[in-house]
Design a protein around this ligand. Sequence first.
Ligand SMILES: [Zn+2]
Ligand SMILES: [Zn+2]
Length: 83
Amino acid sequence: MPETAEKKKNAGRFSLAEARRKRRRTKNRVCDCCGKTAPFCWTCRCGFAICQDCMYENFWGLSCNGITWVCPECGDQNGFGNQ
Ligand SMILES: [Zn+2]
Ligand SMILES: [Zn+2]
């Protein structure tokens, strides 16, 4: 099976292992989830960044109340309105 099929199977579910494999380039606001450069990323104090698309896709897994999201890297809680 090609890799895309595997990715589709896991779509909507944030992969912790995948996030850890990506290199941190927060200066360029590269999403740690999809690896794309995004004009805006939600960021954590540990350096983890996630673009709006990925945040939307993984919203149910990262946020339980819509007010804060939990960083998959360090487990810290970050507020949506406090960047
Ligand atoms: Zn992304
Ligand atoms: Zn973090």
